[in-house]
Write a new protein. Structure first.
Length: 189
């Protein structure tokens, strides 16, 4: 678990920096929008990322706190603070997904070499981070429920546009309606 926490910490501190860069890019566009549609469009994206920043300000120290834990029993479903960490990580998995889409949307507007290069770079890292976080959360959930199937796997099914690689997209699995409900990150809410 400690290795996963180290990776989560790196991903979300990197993400925090990327969001700040992205928001700095959006701010002048919002301030100098040519019409109300443009202002509202980018303001909405800006506010979503602003909310993510406020969540990351809570999540990053929580990850750091668990990096200091030496007792494996603290990484159990009976530990409320560990449950909170898993909930926050699951929420930020979707935050990463949305961030990738926000970057894609911005690429339609920011076509100059400097900004499109930065956006593409942020997007590439964020997409890889999203895939890694998703996989690590599946592994963590499987630790507590051997029959675990990601209840949100269907969410990526129609989001093939997120994957810009030339390899086929990852298979998704749907949860059976007969599946036994167990302890999972998604069931912590």
């Amino acid at each position: 678990m400690q290795e996963k926490l180290k990776i989560f910490y790196h991903i979300f501190t990197t993400t925090k920096d990327a969001i700040e860069k992205f928001m700095n890019m959006l701010d002048p566009v919002i301030q100098n929008a040519t019409d109300e549609h443009e202002r509202l469009y980018y303001h909405h994206i800006y506010e979503e990322e602003e909310q993510r920043l406020s969540r990351l300000v809570v999540l990053i120290p929580l990850i750091s706190k668990f990096q200091q834990v030496n007792d494996e029993n603290d990484f159990s479903p009976t530990n409320n603070e560990f449950n909170r960490l898993l909930q926050e990580l699951n929420l930020e998995k979707f935050g990463l997904h949305n961030f990738v889409e926000h970057l894609d949307l911005a690429l339609f507007r920011f076509t100059d070499a400097e900004r499109s290069s930065l956006l593409n770079s942020l997007r590439e890292v964020s997409y890889k981070d999203y895939q890694l976080v998703k996989q690590m959360l599946i592994e963590i959930n499987s630790r507590f429920d051997t029959n675990y199937v990601d209840p949100h796997a269907h969410h990526d099914e129609h989001h093939d546009h997120l994957d810009r690689s030339t390899t086929p997209t990852m298979d998704t699995h749907f949860a059976s309606s007969k599946q036994k409900k167990g302890f999972t990150v998604g069931s912590l809410i």
